[in-house]
Write a protein that binds this ligand. Sequence first.
Ligand code: EPZ
Length: 428
Amino acid sequence: MAAFVVQGGKRLEGEHTLQGAKNSALPILAATVATKSVCVIRHCPRLTDVDATLRILRHLGCAVHREGSDVTVDASTLCEDTIPAALMREMRSSIIFLGPLLSATGRAVLTAPGGCEIGLRPIDLHLEAMEALGVEVKAQGGALRCSAGKGLRGARVSLSFPSVGATENLMIAAATAQGITVLTNAAREPEIYDLAAFLNRCGARIHGAGEGVLVIEGVERLHGAAHRVIPDRIAAVTFLGAAAITGGELLLQNVSLEHMDAALSVLEQGGCRLRRFGKDRLELKMSARLRHFPTVRTMPYPGFPTDAQAAVMALACVAQGTSIITETIFENRFKHVNELVRMGAHIRVEGRVAVVEGIRRLRGAAVDACDLRAGAALVVAGLAAEGETVVSGARHVDRGCERLEEDLARLGASIRREEEKDERQKET
Ligand code: EPZ
């Protein structure tokens, strides 16, 4: 297994162009199934989660071709409605194929993706939304057999929580349902807006994406389209944090500034000097030590994103003063705390609240990336630590960060990827 080896203390400086958003590319690639046509998805990041999605598309009978950051999916050859457990388990968000398969075939047989490092990740909201559209869900032998016997029918649906994935599944299934669907308490993330933009390009009639209420007029069928995925707002925070924690300077290109108000406001609280250029360029300069983050509280969009929580905690570890970070979205998203403490951080966790007392410098250590965002945060922490930090489990980071070590090295970081010796080799 691979690890990142980081020598701390190098100041980052330079320009970085952001990758396409993982959490936009995944649902849009899945949604191509509902078009049963040819779609071209541009600005698709090179990530293992994207690779897993392409494997599922091929398993379903779609022809998939990747050229640089463009992915062409021909879903006209779709011939499967079942996703085997092995493919479902490869990527937690594979549940996003539920709506597309029901739309395209009226059936979907898949297994619950199960929990992951950050929480139980139930799918009750997804299933309730599908049942509201007339889908029958049967749990049989570990698999979920879903069928829309008489076809998908529009309905009024209210989500008890603005679940991103449940909103996406409902949007895709309702796009070709008979009649109108009204979804209240819908998720409002930019990735929802991007998915709706893609579906509307394919002939769907989705109104209100990005607002709390979605109105979807079902159409007979969808056709193919080309679409460019929005930039990754979470990767933006990783790179801004890397520059900030090393007292550096960064010019970020291809950033969707309109989607980052809450995250940028937190970085400015910490003393980051930000200058916005137009809609898609952002300069960060760090002249003094980071200041503490009085209250960071993760919330559904447009609140502070839970996916940026670990990166901000890494900054808080070396900020001047004490920061309070509250994780309200996932029940187990502080796995990076123990690893940061191994690097000398002063962090106390009480339930969903982490109290971080900033210290001058972290010390390099061998730490473990237990999930994607925690891993990226540990790399950020290692950039400013005294000595060498080895972040094992690079595979978690590869799920969501494209070429992280190459891009950070290009900005001046001393970082390399190293294949980890397995236990036996270590003993010899
Ligand atoms: C999406 O996950 C993202 N993943 C997550 O990013 C992100 O953290 C999350 O939205 C919140 O913004 C993708 O888009 C692929 P949710 P999703 O449904 O859709 C509970 C990353 O690191 N819930 O909004 O799974 C759930 O347990 C990943 O890129 C139910 O109770 O998130 C959680 O507490 C991590 N029942 C909360 O809602 C359900 O049926 C938010 O989940 C569904 C969700």
